[in-house]
Design a protein. Structure first.
Length: 103
């Protein structure tokens, strides 16, 4: 399983700003290793963010996203202490889900 995501979420004036740093190799499947063999593709394909079980973001990623992706977004609503859960699934079936309380 991948390392935990670093998630920061802060609510102000009815808008919650979220910043997420995901730890993932995001390999495209087009690079070769030192022996010339192709490194297999391994990248995040789906990402969701839920605020108190309400979907606030759904995204599809592909092989062009960089290693250890960073994502920032805002959504209407959210209050200090509310739960925010960010989850992803990659093309090999691995997944990760982390939660944070909104500050």
């Amino acid at each position: 399983m991948a390392s935990p995501m670093r998630i920061r979420a802060a609510a102000k004036d009815g808008v919650t700003e979220v910043r997420v740093l995901m730890s993932h190799v995001m390999e495209t499947g087009q690079r070769k290793d030192s022996s010339g063999a192709v490194i297999p593709a391994h990248f995040i394909t789906e990402l969701t963010a839920k605020h108190n079980d309400r979907l606030v973001l759904a995204a599809e990623f592909g092989p062009s996203v960089s290693t250890n992706p960073y994502l920032a977004f805002k959504f209407a609503g959210g209050a200090k202490g509310d739960k925010l859960v960010v989850s992803w699934v990659d093309n090999k079936g691995d997944s990760r889900s982390d939660e944070v309380q909104i500050a």
